[in-house]
Structures are given as structure tokens and as C-alpha cells.
Write a protein that binds this ligand. Structure first.
Ligand code: 3HC
Length: 293
């Protein structure tokens, strides 16, 4: 029987987690957002405030609607506050060990019926699911950045995901106005498998000084109609996230297209993570400001 779903837990309130929390709250769900400490909670709160302020400025939300939306989100640093969640969406860093620890811990917190979803972009959903005592309720829901804007959500079913769990998740995503696509559990799923070979190739071109960053990006925007060029998109995704995705896909598939371009690792090591750190391939005044240098 279909579940009655009204409360969503979101673990991790970074770029993706905060965006996912906003999407659910915008569509009338109650959201419990969890971060690991008070600092994380405040960072998540700032993300949500900033993003909804932007919607108010663009007259997409009134200030009353903004207050209602934010009022539907409770932020906490305690995992145990997820007890009431009907679905938990985990959106922490791409670390298998951390994700498995979370899925194990959730056993003792949520109801036996709750659905457990991971927003992983390249790790094995099957492997994450083994950390929970009920792997059949574990599923992948992979949102795209910026989550409030991009309609696609990849839904990843493992060989043991229960059909009702898949159906319930598809129903919830439809209530968000998202367009789900369903796929099996292979690193990169559909979109990242296709996208990241292209992005990695653009980094190599830049690294080899074949063309400037502006010309590489302009070629794809004005020649192919992409909304952003590959290097600007990598800055949006986060170079650390991009590196992890490429590295995981390369290790699983051994496709040379996915062997991370060396400069990507150097940027990450140097703390140049893209928009979120103020500098990546381009330099930014604020996390989502236009390019200044
Ligand atoms: N948060 C919330 N809303 C945002 C936003 C953000 N970070 N950035 C832009 N928006 C909204 C704006 O408010 C605006 O909304 P409106 O039309 O309702 O007023 C709309 O998006 C368009 O924004 P702008 O006019 O400021 O700018 P653009 O038209 O240049 O669009 C963009 C910005 C939506 C980021 C667009 O350039 C785009 O779609 N880029 C490609 C993004 C992409 O490919 N994402 C996928 C990355 S891969 C991934 O996420 C997988 C993961 O595993 C890594």
C-alpha cells in the first residue's frame, strides 16, 4: 500500500542538501534538516535564507510565502530528531564510509516503514543500502544543481529496492513537479556518465593551454546552446565534488575519459573549489555572483 508522506528528513545542508530541503518545503512538505554541528546548521540556514531572498527579489515568492516556506523547515544537529520522517534524503559528502555510518544509525531512529534515500552522485547505492537492516527501503534520488531549478531527478533502484518504495518516491517527486528518470546502480547513473567525460575533456583542453577558459565556455554556450560552458559549470558543481565523481567513475569503469585531469586535483588540494570557495576556474565575489575576474 502506498505510504502517506508528509515529513521529509534531509541530512547534510550543503549546496545540494539545502536546495533539496527548499524544494520540499516549497511544495508544502515539513522538512527536518540535519547538520553535524551548530556551525553546519547556521551555514544551512544561511543557504536557505539567501536562496529564498533571491526568489523574493525576483518576485517568485512574497515575503509571507518565504516566511511560510522557512517555517516548514526545522534545523537541528541531532540525528534523533528524524524520528518522524517518512522519507530521509541523505546529502552529505561523497564518502562511502560516512554514508554507510548514517544509514546504519538511521535504523535506530526512523520508523521501520520510512524510506531511506541517498543523493549520491556516483557511489554504489547497493553498497550504502547494506549498512541498513532493511536494504529494500533504500533507494537513490539524485537531484541536479541548482536543485530548486533543475527538473531532473534520477531515481536509482538497486536489485533489492522494493517496488512500492520506487512507486512512493516517484509519487513524491511528481508532487515536487520534478521529472524522474529511473536507472540501475552503476557509478555516474545516466547523466553524470555522459556529462563528466565532456567536462573532464574541457579541463584537459584548458590545462594544455589549447584555448582560454572563456573561449572553451563560449564555444559550448554559443555553438551548442548549453546554458553554461563546461568550466563555469564545474565551478557551480564544485571542483571537489567533480573530482570525486570522476575518480569513482574511473575506478569502477576504467574508461579513460573519466580519469580526472591532473589540474583538477591540484585545484582541489589548493582549496580552489569553485563558486563555494570564491575561486575555481573563475573568481567570484559571492557564492552565486557573476564572475568578476
Ligand atoms: N538556486 C536557486 N535558484 C537559482 C539558482 C540557485 N543557485 N541559480 C539560478 N536560479 C534560478 C534563478 O532564480 C532563475 O529563476 P527564475 O527564472 O524563476 O527567475 C533561474 O534559475 C535562472 O537563473 P538566472 O537568470 O540567474 O541565470 P541563468 O538563466 O544563467 O541560469 C542556471 C542559471 C539555472 C544555473 C543555468 O545556467 C543552468 O541551467 N546551468 C546548467 C546547470 C547544470 O548543468 N546543472 C547540472 C550539473 S550536474 C549535477 O548537478 C549532478 C551532480 O551530481 C554534480
Amino acid at each position: 500500500m502506498a505510504r502517506d508522506i508528509s515529513t521529509i528528513g534531509v541530512i547534510g545542508l550543503g549546496t545540494m542538501g539545502a536546495g533539496i530541503a527548499e524544494v520540499f518545503a516549497r511544495n508544502g512538505f515539513s522538512v527536518i534538516g540535519v547538520e553535524q554541528n551548530d556551525e553546519g546548521v547556521e551555514r544551512g540556514r544561511a543557504h536557505l535564507q539567501h536562496s529564498t531572498d533571491r526568489a523574493v527579489k525576483r518576485e517568485k515568492l512574497t515575503t509571507d510565502e518565504q516566511a511560510e516556506l522557512l517555517g516548514r523547515i526545522t534545523l537541528t544537529s541531532e540525528m534523533k530528531d528524524l524520528a518522524e520522517a517518512d522519507i530521509v534524503v541523505e546529502a552529505v559528502v561523497e564518502s562511502l564510509a560516512i554514508k554507510k555510518a548514517i544509514f546504519g544509525e538511521l535504523d535506530g531512529i526512523v520508523s521501520p516503514d520510512a524510506i531511506l534515500a541517498t543523493n549520491t552522485s556516483s557511489l554504489s547505492v547497493t553498497e550504502i543500502s547494506t549498512a541498513n537492516s532493511k536494504p529494500g527501503r533504500v533507494i537513490g534520488v539524485h537531484f541536479f544543481n541548482p536543485a530548486p531549478v533543475q527538473n531532473l531527478v534520477e531515481v536509482i533502484r538497486t536489485v533489492v529496492t522494493e517496488p512500492q518504495v520506487l512507486e512512493d518516491v516517484q509519487g513524491v517527486l511528481a508532487r515536487l513537479g520534478k521529472s524522474p528518470v529511473v536507472c540501475g546502480d552503476k557509478a555516474g547513473f545516466i547523466a553524470n556518465t555522459l556529462l563528466f567525460g565532456y567536462l573532464n575533456h574541457a579541463v584537459s583542453m584548458y590545462e594544455n593551454k589549447y584555448a582560454t577558459r572563456e573561449d572553451i565556455d563560449a564555444a559550448m554556450r554559443f555553438g551548442c546552446g548549453y546554458p553554461m560552458g563546461p568550466l563555469a559549470l564545474l565551478d557551480l558543481i564544485g571542483l571537489d565534488t567533480a573530482y570525486e565523481i570522476l575518480d569513482t567513475m574511473y575506478k569502477q569503469g576504467r574508461d579513460r575519459l573519466h580519469a580526472p585531469a591532473p589540474i583538477l586535483k591540484q585545484y582541489v588540494t589548493a582549496g580552489l573549489l569553485g563558486r563555494k570557495s570564491g575561486r575555481g576556474f573563475y573568481t567570484y565575489e559571492a557564492p552565486d555572483s557573476p564572475v568578476v575576474v
